[in-house]
Ligand binder design. Sequence first.
Ligand code: DGJ
Length: 726
Amino acid sequence: MPIVFDKENRVFYLHTKHTSYIMGFLENYLVHVYWGKRLEDIGEMDTAVPYRSRSCAPYSNPENADLQADHIPLEFPTYGSTDLRMPAYHAQYADGSTVSDFRYVSHRIFGGKPILKGLPATYADESEAQTLELCMRDEKTGVALYLLYTVFEHKDAITRSVRVENNGTSVVNIQKLLSANVDFYGMDYDLITLCGATIRERYVQRKPLAYGTMTVESARGASSHGRNPFIALVSRNATENSGEAYGMSFVYSGNFTAGVSVDLYDMSRMFIGLNPFDFNWRLEAGETFTAPEVVMVYSDCGIGGMSRIYHSLYRDNLCRGKYAKEPRPVLINSWETVYFDFNEEKLLEIARNAKEIGVELMVLDDGWFGERNDDKSSLGDWTENKAKLPNGLKGLADKVEDMGMKFGLWLEPEMISPVSKLYEEHPDWCLHVPGRTRSLGRNQLILDFANPEVCDYIYHVIRNILKSAKISYIKWDMNRNMSEIGSAYLPPERQRETAHRYMLGLYGMLEKLVTEFDQVLFESCSAGGGRFDAGMLYYMPQTWTSDNSDAVERMKIQYGTSLVYPALTMGAHISAVPNHQVHRTTSMETRGNIAIMGQFGLELDLKNITEQEREAAAECIRRFKALRNTIHYGDMYRLNSPFDGNIATWQFISEDKKQVVICVCNILAEANGPFHIIKPEGLEPDGIYEDTENGIVRKGSTLMQIGLPHLTPSDFGSKIYVFNKR
Ligand code: DGJ
């Protein structure tokens, strides 16, 4: 059984195939005992969770003054106990006080996994998961905390969430509610985060823990380009394939906080959840509030081991819809191809040229609606620009379909341009604070999705578009972050709910759309990868990884992204050279090879390239189609990091271990350079693997131990090796 309650010793064991997560009690405190490699028995609580009296520290039981909550690993610390560190829950009650005292009341264990109403979350049936729900109660106010743990036994992952129920008689103001907190003895760990900026998303940062608090967070109304809602705590010696790694990935797309605090006695508190900054939720008597989910993964096979668990779980138990399992089409996108400068004829020409080299889907990006010839107007006016599309979306989509291709469309539903009919009609439908500036970002404002009327209106607009033409794909964009976060719909005392209510409004609308149009492939985007998170992946199984399409930059961006998110979720395109973001020129082969490591597409005008480049692009498409199954559904190993040196190497091995794909990319040429020995992993040691390029056969063990000699003779060179098992 994955979840066992040892009644006699009052200990909860949550077991996956290789890991355990264990909680118990010290008097009334629910204590975190252990998280790590599978462990069947913790012995005595007092030895598993050592504590002693510290001067100046308060205690609540004079009979046992040694037991001070400030120094023990608490499972879910709440403010007002004798734990003086930063809590996971902080609320203000009707009497003005902020002190709580939650005591264990009961628990239940059941098969499967409950949905988190209105929130994205991993899903499971009874054969895949078991759930523990622990109820804690604050006697004075009647508020109950439900701590939810779902164990994905075979996936080696545990999810957590928290529900607050106000069973009292007066309002509770929740000021902070995290989704997970884990206290570790010791601070000998490194913290890994994914940080960057627009067109430089998710660079890997690794730093040793130090006294104080290290956090990543967003208060921008989106999970953000700059800080991904993910952290990993790893042992100091952890590498890609050895050492311990503890990951927390937040299934949420808005403001978050995540980090580690090291306390006075070298205990490390790891946490993740909604960002408490500028947050307050008024919970009326009888109401419930649910914190978003966190997915926790432990691996003793290093950082790569942790990533493979996330990849498998997110592929199988987070992404939904037809394309969660089916091969995704190769697309061509009009954005970097023609930007705003197109008409029907031009688009059909793009589609025709793309079809000839094997592209399966033509995506019409920005500029097809209202008076939109640049980014200064029309967001909100989602009707075709007849000057560009005289036969409307339907006419265009029909013609693309007649060519034997699918048709896809770009939308930016969460936005409104001040220069639009919608804004003339509803100037109060944007996020704003009366009497204050409405600051623009890319000339636009953000619709108030905290207002159900706005959500309903936009939902119907999109639904009508999807019904009006044969649309097989939607790119859902979002091109600015929030400022002046206020809602005309909410009363003054609820203004600090706006950012979270916005996300709930967005999630509610997405849920309706992706359920009704489950044959449509949705790709999320936020000026590239500004909202690449597990929350979005629940609704849209792929994300446009970055607006930076330069192959060399993409090495780092896709490498960092792969710490949590699988290759099939990463939109990756061949674009023109010199590259539009960094002006670098790389070969078609390298641009293609990097794009093949994700969800492949193109974003360039094929009529502006040479015949030779066209053939190289066609070859990349053939390659991608032949290898996509292994890359998308196989296990990924990162063999060389572009953050550490001149080359990046990714390896994918199919589930049945019959195909191995290795992509090596280098940054600069090395004059008369060394052989880089690439050592693949995870092969069957006795399997006979054939190099499909030259027919040379080698045993799995030979390949893994002796490796492949690779030279880097050119700037931005790359090569894909494919081995098939005989
Ligand atoms: C930002 C996206 O990231 C781009 O790919 C493109 O869709 C533009 N928006 C269009 O405005």
